[in-house]
Design a protein around this ligand. Structure first.
Ligand code: HEC
Ligand code: HEC
Length: 437
């Protein structure tokens, strides 16, 4: 018997396996895969505060957009859109990233503009002292973003209130965060929630860090999930590996994923991402980062020409329920997203805009195709051609990365009945039409 069918790397428990490919567990271990544990998200009072903040449009300049406007628990932490929609109602340049298992992520956003470098948090702004995790740091960024939440100078909300957040200088994030906090502390319901969540912190000692920490606690409570067939297969310190947790087709798919299909060159580690950026020839869709259709991905952060059109390898956890796919929602079907990797250049050139909602069909920037194609990382293509049956085996394996909790999530999951500002709570969105496997 081959050593590879021994189970958990951490435990080195040897179990007898039937139907397990010779080297599947060894291949997984080499790809750095393990089951991420569910972390303690903080006490209930902190999570309750975080839930209110996450759902409250009071945090946006025009009091019209909450985190939950784009990250709905019932839509698996996303919005079901090809490209997200900002606070003016216009499309944003990118697809939502669904924040699952973020405490194991080393970089955030499609261009990895927020990342851990030698244990330090590096991002587009200087974060206040006390920010300890990438998830906390991230929660402060939408508050600054004019298109997502803050609005534009001169804006007046529908209810006639001026937008004091939008009037502030972009270059002074601390002022903007202080103004958001001032808004919150003007509301009695928030003062009460903060006092309960942070009993040892005086009201006048609160800072935006306490807001970020509560939001991150709420996100962690909801979305640090490891109840998937794949995790049961892997096992953990508290759970013996169960080979039968993956059916035979899924095990074949996994063998390909970690073997001949070469997926694990980039989709590695506990979240099946290397956290790095690669150019894989995805067609350019939507307004772009410059409003003129250009989104050059990592290049905008590093200025390194080899980073043009490179985007961060996405985590594949819960990928079965988080359609559409890619940084701009180019593909609505999981098998199409996988097939794109087989011959990215051909897929780019043959891209069919009728897969998109009406308003995006004439926003496919095929004039950039040659430039995008020239950047494609040759490592993206499988080590050998895959048959259609093998592609479906891989897709079926990817379905095993979906958490039972997420599969069963109901329309009211995680939604508060009201928020302290009294503003309306978004509890559902109509997902855009797409076909799913
Ligand atoms: C208008 C829609 C919108 C709003 C509002 C919004 N987000 Fe997002 N969120 C997005 C999009 C789009 C991305 C991906 C952007 C990118 O990668 O450039 C994203 C990315 C993220 C990520 C990064 C996940 C990762 O690992 O890359 C987290 C976490 C997150 N949002 C949490 C929040 C929180 C917390 C709030 C409220 C403070 C919020 N979002 C408000 C649309 C939105
Ligand atoms: C060279 C690195 C690399 C390899 C190898 C690779 N991928 Fe990817 N994959 C990426 C990147 C980068 C993206 C996102 C590209 C974008 O949005 O522009 C991606 C996107 C995806 C997506 C879409 C997920 C989402 O949430 O949008 C799926 C599914 C996927 N890959 C599966 C696979 C499979 C299956 C294989 C093996 C056949 C594979 N990948 C091989 C880098 C890679």
């Amino acid at each position: 018997m081959r050593a590879s069918c021994t189970a958990s790397i951490a435990l080195a428990i040897v179990i007898s396996i039937t139907g397990c490919a010779p080297d599947l567990r060894g291949d997984m271990a080499r790809a750095g895969v393990f089951s991420p544990r569910s972390l303690e998200a903080g006490n209930d009072a902190l999570v309750t505060l975080g839930q209110a903040l996450f759902f409250d449009p009071e945090l946006s300049g025009n009091r019209n957009t909450a985190c939950a406007s784009c990250h709905l628990p019932s839509l698996h932490a996303g919005d079901g859109r090809h490209l997200s929609i900002g606070q003016t109602g216009a499309r944003l340049p990118r697809q939502v990233v669904e924040p699952f298992n973020r405490s194991f992520a080393t970089s955030f956003f499609w261009d990895a503009r927020l990342e851990l470098v030698d244990g330090e948090i590096v991002g587009p702004v200087a974060f206040p002292d006390g920010i300890e995790t990438l998830l906390e740091a991230q929660a402060l960024l939408p508050l600054l973003d004019r298109a997502e939440m803050r609005g534009d100078p001169g804006d007046v909300a529908d209810d006639g209130r001026a937008n004091e957040l939008a009037a502030l200088d972009d270059a002074r994030p601390d002022d903007i965060w202080a103004a958001v906090l001032a808004r919150l502390l003007a509301i009695e319901g928030y003062r009460e929630l903060f006092v309960t969540a942070y009993p040892r912190v005086a009201l006048d000692a609160l800072s935006i860090v306490h807001v970020a920490r509560a939001i991150a606690a709420f996100e962690s409570r909801l979305w640090e999930l490891s109840d998937t067939p794949f995790d049961r297969f892997l096992g953990s310190v508290s759970q013996e590996p169960e080979t039968e947790a993956l059916d035979e087709t899924q095990r074949k798919g996994a063998e390909l994923f970690f073997g001949d299909a070469g997926c694990a060159r980039c989709h590695s580690g506990p979240l099946l991402t290397d956290g790095l950026t690669h150019a894989i020839g995805v067609p350019q869709i939507g307004p772009g980062r410059d409003g003129a259709g250009h989104d050059e991905g990592r290049f905008a952060i590093t200025g390194d020409p080899t980073d043009r059109f490179a985007f961060r390898t996405p985590s594949l956890r819960n990928v079965g329920v988080t359609a559409p796919y890619m940084h701009d929602g180019a593909f609505a079907r999981l098998d199409d997203a996988v097939r794109h990797h087989l011959d990215p250049r051909a897929s780019l050139l043959a891209y069919d805009p009728t897969l998109l909602p009406d308003d995006l069909r004439d926003q496919v920037h095929s004039e950039l195709n040659d430039e995008i194609a020239a950047q494609i990382d040759p490592e993206v293509v499988p080590y050998r051609p895959l048959s259609d049956e093998e592609i479906w085996q891989i897709v079926w394996f990817l379905e095993a990365l979906t958490s039972d909790t997420e599969r069963g999530v109901g329309p009211e999951a995680g939604v508060p009945t009201s928020v302290p500002s009294g503003l309306p709570v978004t509890s559902s969105l109509e997902p855009e039409p797409f076909t799913r496997f």
